[in-house]
Ligand binder design. Structure first.
Ligand code: PAF
Length: 284
């Protein structure tokens, strides 16, 4: 496995692969890799000739007071996991390489970044889009892989790639869960034992709402309320939001509205220092 940390080196390698007619799969990450990332790498390995993974904790997507400094950075472990998963090129970026002095550009996808997580994290999706646009223009993948746990992120990136004519297919793979339903996340490492025991309530709440949806309930207020009440029963859980939104536009449904088309039911919940997110699709 090759390791590179400069844009020019990564671009040259990717362009040479393309020139040789090889299909590139790309998995962008912030490291602290887990089973969810492993599933993305496996899919990329199965579907493409060359696999690039990136590890870069992107300062632009963290707000003031968020966990940029604390974010886990177990690079040696990540490197071993990538090698084991058959990654050909590991791009280990650094802030100077991504944002040299004079850097001024920001990529914003209007509206989609302002609902759900965007409300509590202003600027977050601009930071994500800016770094992902740069990554896609450095790795030139045929296919880039994202997890459904970050549903809003994936929807925004798909929109951005289409709007900016970036010729990469955006693949979104199902959320990988622990046996008790907790979505795998690098931030699960922040959970103490009691918080870890409480955290599966997010998926229990989402699943309870999904069961009501499957039984015919279409009221946004009823579905959100079902999910909220399951999560709120856990004293360690502090709900940031539970919301139903249109699956494409991410417009949030008001409580009195009925769900009319494909929708996503999403939640962000804090357990001590960990802000965890999860979602399920509501497909009529
Ligand atoms: O999902 C993540 O880990 C990050 O938001 C991403 C896509 C690697 C951009 O920094």
């Amino acid at each position: 496995m090759l390791i590179k940390n400069d844009a020019a080196g990564v671009q040259a390698w990717s362009l040479a692969c393309r020139a040789a007619g090889l299909r590139i799969g790309f998995v962008p990450t912030m490291g602290a890799l887990h089973g969810g990332h492993a599933a993305l790498l496996r899919a990329a390995r199965a579907e493409c000739d060359r696999v690039i993974a990136s590890v870069f904790v992107n300062p632009l997507q963290f707000g003031p007071g968020e966990d940029f400094a604390a974010y886990p950075r177990p690079f040696e472990r990540d490197k071993a996991l990538c090698a084991e998963a058959g990654v050909d090129l590991l791009y280990h970026g650094n802030p100077e390489d991504f944002y040299p002095p004079g850097f001024r550009t920001e990529v914003r996808v209007r509206e989609l970044g302002e609902t759900l997580c965007g409300r509590a994290r202003p600027g977050h999706f601009e930071g994500v889009c800016t770094v992902v646009a740069k990554l896609l223009l450095r790795t030139f993948p045929h296919r880039a892989y994202f997890g459904q746990k970050d549903y809003q992120q994936a929807a925004i990136i798909r929109r951005m790639a289409a709007d900016l004519d970036i010729p990469a297919a955006i693949a979104v793979l199902p959320t990988v869960r622990e046996p008790d339903g907790l979505a795998m996340s690098s931030r699960n490492a922040y959970l103490g034992p009691a918080e870890r025991a409480a955290a599966p309530c997010i998926f229990r709440g989402l699943s309870a709402a999904l069961a009501r949806f499957a039984a015919g309930e279409r009221g946004a207020g009823a579905l959100v309320g079902t999910c909220r009440s399951v999560i709120a029963a856990e004293p360690a859980a502090a709900i940031e939001y539970v919301a139903a939104a249109d699956a494409e536009s991410l417009r949030e449904y008001a409580v009195e509205e009925r769900i009319g088309g494909r929708a996503v039911l999403a939640a962000a919940v804090r357990f001590g220092p960990a802000r965890l997110i999860d979602n399920v699709l509501l497909e009529p």
